[in-house]
Design a protein around this ligand. Structure first.
Ligand code: DON
Length: 300
């Protein structure tokens, strides 16, 4: 991990996300890596305790909540489980499939998934989301209010997607409420250490290795990981799978988490992104670590 950090520390490729103004202001030099094993060992390098916005990585963990409540088959029917082959906020992907989002890890699918989370009102749904994330990270994750405000002021595209989903019958709650909860969830602050902890809950079949508590139903873990394989890095998912053979999930805040089933989760944070919206240094650092530790299950 230290070698990967040293190797990629001075890389200046990529650009912070700028369509959410608050993300453009984050120091692009931040770089941290963390690993949490299924035995509970925690290893960190660099800015592994620097908070940043979880963004799309939240989609995988919110999916765990929806699946645990409704079952994987319901998610597959109401949201889908295929790759879209289009960017994460694509409207065309919806139009091509009669409004079905296809995958819970793209914006449309994640907004549809949020709309399925049980709760009598917005506050109750939010509490369910927060409880799940806190159980996964072993601490209560705070909302980054500046990011939430910035994203709320500029999320017209996601609002459009929500109303479109509603018109096609693929949204299961109020559109404005669903986008607001989705936006707030994306604004939760995490560190690379948190992400590795959350990922390790998937690696261990749903048990948090640090608290020893079951946090995800075991029967749903492999479907969540399958969605991460299909769509975890959007249009970069194929390149990632080709190189690493492992499920992962990225966010435009610069985070990336990769799950090595039955072994560990690796996470990295570095804000500058490639054209698909994935952190350049995080991908490179994790790819190096996976190769050095021979963690690619497809490499025989
Ligand atoms: O909805 C959005 O656009 C953001 N809240 C999240 C997008 C994202 O992280 C895509 N990731 N690479």
């Amino acid at each position: 991990m230290q070698a990967a950090y040293d190797q990629h520390r001075s890389c200046t490729e990529g650009k912070n996300a700028s369509y959410i103004p608050a993300l453009a202001q984050v120091n692009p030099a931040f770089f941290g890596i963390a690993a949490v094993t299924v035995e509970g060992q925690v290893i960190t390098v660099g800015d592994a305790d620097q908070p940043f916005a979880i963004e799309s990585i939240s989609k995988a963990f919110n999916l765990s909540l929806a699946m645990d409540a409704l079952g994987a088959e319901t998610l597959r029917r109401k949201v889908g489980a295929e790759a879209t082959g289009e960017p994460f906020n694509s409207v065309m992907a919806l139009e091509l499939h009669s409004g079905k989002p296809l995958n819970p890890l793209v914006n449309a699918g994640a907004i549809a998934t949020v709309s399925l989370i049980p709760g009598a009102n917005s506050a109750a749904v939010w509490q369910n989301i927060l409880n799940r994330f806190s159980a996964l990270a072993c601490r209560e994750l705070p909302v980054m209010e500046e990011v939430y405000g910035s994203e709320t002021a500029t999320n017209q595209h996601n609002k459009g997607i929500a109303w479109l989903l509603d018109s096609y019958g693929y949204l299961y709650n109020d559109p404005s409420q669903s986008v607001d909860l989705y936006t707030r969830m994306c604004s939760l602050a995490v560190t690379a250490r948190d992400l590795a902890t959350m990922g390790a809950c998937l690696a261990s079949g749903g048990i948090n290795p640090l608290s020893a508590k079951r946090v995800i139903k075991q029967e749903n873990v492999h479907e969540i990981l399958a969605d991460m394989v299909m769509e975890g890095l959007y249009t970069g998912s194929g390149d990632w799978l080709y190189a690493n053979g492992l499920p992962a999930k990225s966010g435009v805040g610069g985070g990336l988490v990769c799950v090595v089933p039955r072994k560990m989760a690796l996470a990295a944070f570095s804000p500058p992104l490639d054209a698909a919206g994935n952190s350049v240094r995080a991908q490179r650092a994790l790819t190096d670590i996976i190769a050095t530790l021979r963690l690619n299950p497809l490499a025989c």
